[in-house]
Design a protein around this ligand. Structure first.
Ligand code: ATP
Ligand code: MG
Ligand code: MG
Ligand code: MG
Length: 436
């Protein structure tokens, strides 16, 4: 993308309502604009980040055998009356009426809808297990929307649902999801620690939250450093084998990790001092096992191998896709701006032409840009070098390819790594090889 053609409205003034770094940076960098309280429009660079996160989530969910669907945002109130949650959910639910006076709602989550869809088509234990997910906007009328996209009212969630015949199979589904989540967060370039969680209004008895460590997080967190040091991507787990899943899962549960709601001082005291990590965290994911709660209340049954019908076991698994954009920035920024992990960055690199109109500079920039115009951002404005440096640091591209008249004459560019500030004098080929 050529910056002169791009819609990338960076802000000089820091908006007063933005209290935390990620919110300020998202507005300054032109990633989002608030359209009303807790509701945001995603601008091109922000949307690219959102799509990158979605894609990683999608690949890792597919990898454990979950299948993608897309359910609507609007749901019928009658569906929620069947589970008993229409009245129970409270004022966070946005309730709407259509022209015929029928009650609708903007979905805050999709347990009822997926259970209904599943129940209408699956009749036999032979069709189990199944795991379905979608990436769709949710609405929760939060009392205090704040911190930008971190606590929005309309927000993008990936929610998955598992259906199993037995408790043992349901636990295996839960563990598979745990693994998928750990891999997702590792690929996103953030450390999200799984912690024992309260089961809350969805109910059930096995639950973990995933928290990204950041001083502005809303939860206090206490955990064993061993959990941060794992390489989940490199770890071989056979997802079809209950034993293999159990071995993997014990790596998680053998180490203490809890939010302040579940913190247990006696257990905490048993951890060696040097491994204790205490701080604050942002909830970016949450997984639940809740058994037959919805299949029972909604009257969903399938036929078992013995010919008797039973209620399938369920779990639900959420990731805050739009919240993650803020959480990643919260965990990865400095005074100058955002520092994107390469996997989610809107562009692989920015090309900074320090003398637009200089023949050698323009030629080198064009040749680099031509190698991957989709994923490179070419700052081809006629602005001063300082403006380009500042904007590139603010936008947080992992690499800056800096092209000035002196180097250009010799076919050299300067490559700057945003995260470390390291600089390299390289040929164009070397620079392209290094940014990967
Ligand atoms: P919170 O405790 O922050 O209110 P929650 O526990 O109510 O979140 P869940 O029902 O567990 O949220 O939903 C799954 C995920 O959706 C959360 O882990 C979070 O990442 C995301 N999420 C929930 N509420 C919001 C929101 N208002 N804005 C953005 N993301 C959200
Ligand atoms: Mg909530
Ligand atoms: Mg929560
Ligand atoms: Mg939660």
């Amino acid at each position: 993308m050529r910056l002169t053609k791009a819609f990338q409205p960076t802000l000089k003034e820091i908006p007063a309502e933005a209290q935390i770094a990620s919110h300020r940076l998202m507005l300054r960098a032109g990633l989002v604009r608030q359209t009303s309280s807790g509701i945001y429009a995603w601008l091109p660079a922000g949307l690219r980040v959102l799509r990158n996160i979605e894609q990683i989530v999608r690949e890792e969910q597919d990898a454990i055998g979950a299948q993608e669907v897309l359910m609507p945002t609007l749901q019928s109130a009658d569906l929620w009356r069947r589970s008993g949650r229409y009245d129970a959910y409270g004022p966070e639910m946005l309730r709407i009426q259509d022209r015929h006076g029928r009650d609708l709602l903007y979905g805050p989550t999709n347990e009822e809808m997926i259970t209904d869809i599943f129940g209408a088509s699956v009749k036999s234990y032979k069709d189990l297990p199944k795991a379905l997910y979608h990436i769709q906007w949710k609405f929760r009328d939060e009392v205090r929307p704040r911190f930008g996209v971190m606590r929005g009212r309309e927000f993008l969630m990936k929610d998955a649902y598992s259906f199993d015949a037995t408790y043992e199979d349901a636990v295996a589904s839960y563990r598979r999801m745990m693994l998928s989540y750990l891999r997702i967060f590792q690929r996103l370039g953030v450390r999200a620690v799984p912690m024992v969680a309260d089961t809350g209004p969805i109910g059930g008895d096995l639950s973990h939250e995933f928290l990204v460590l950041a001083p502005t997080g809303e939860s206090g967190v206490f955990f064993d450093a061993a959990l941060e040091e794992q390489d989940w991507l490199g770890r071989p787990v056979d997802c079809d084998d209950h034993e293999s899943l159990a071995t993997f899962f014990s790596t998680v549960t053998d180490h203490y990790a809890a939010t302040d709601e579940k913190h247990d001082e006696a257990e905490w005291a048993k951890i060696p001092e040097e491994r204790k990590r205490e701080g604050r965290g942002i909830e970016v994911g949450h997984i639940f096992y809740f058994g037959t709660k919805y299949t029972e209340s909604m009257g969903i049954e399938v036929i078992g191998s013995d010919g008797a019908s039973f209620h399938p076991q369920m779990g639900s698994y959420g990731i805050g896709v739009s919240r993650l954009v803020g959480a990643i920035i919260e965990a990865s920024h400095d005074e100058a701006g955002i520092i994107w992990p390469a996997s989610v960055a809107p562009y692989r690199a920015a090309i900074l032409n320090l003398r637009q109109g200089d023949e050698a500079c323009d030629a080198i920039c064009e040749s680099i840009y031509g190698t991957d115009p989709e994923n490179l951002l070419y700052d081809d404005r006629s602005d001063r070098a300082g403006v380009k440096f500042n904007d590139a640091d603010l936008m947080g591209h992992p690499w800056q390819i800096i092209v000035g008249p002196r180097g250009a004459k010799e076919g050299k560019v300067e490559l700057k790594q945003r995260a470390t500030g390291e600089r390299f004098e390289l040929s164009v080929e070397e620079a392209l090889a290094k940014i990967g």
